[in-house]
Design a protein around this ligand. Structure first.
Ligand SMILES: [Zn+2]
Length: 89
């Protein structure tokens, strides 16, 4: 799994893959796949799955400052201290 910094790198490689048009899909996202597989030792071949896994780890964007919550279940924004609505435990 990726931490925030690794996720930032992965999403950059992912968007980079979209800009390369003259290669097949596997080739375009090779950098992302290599990066992820080196980190995790997993052997992932599906770029979308990587981003999906990675996104599952962070929460939605903060309503106040726009930065993502640290986890999907975070009740407080780490960046601005905003208390998240709709989460009650
Ligand atoms: Zn915030």
């Amino acid at each position: 799994m990726l931490d925030d910094k690794e996720y930032a790198i992965a999403s950059e490689l992912y968007s980079k893959g979209f800009k390369i048009l003259n290669k097949d899909r596997q080739e375009r996202f090779k950098e992302l796949l290599d990066y992820y597989n080196e980190l995790t030792g997993f052997g992932e071949t599906e770029p979308n799955a990587i981003m999906h896994h990675a996104l599952g780890q962070i929460g939605p964007d903060c309503e106040r400052c726009g930065k993502p919550y640290r986890t999907p279940k975070a009740r407080l924004c780490a960046a601005c201290g905003n208390k998240r609505k709709g989460i009650t435990t």
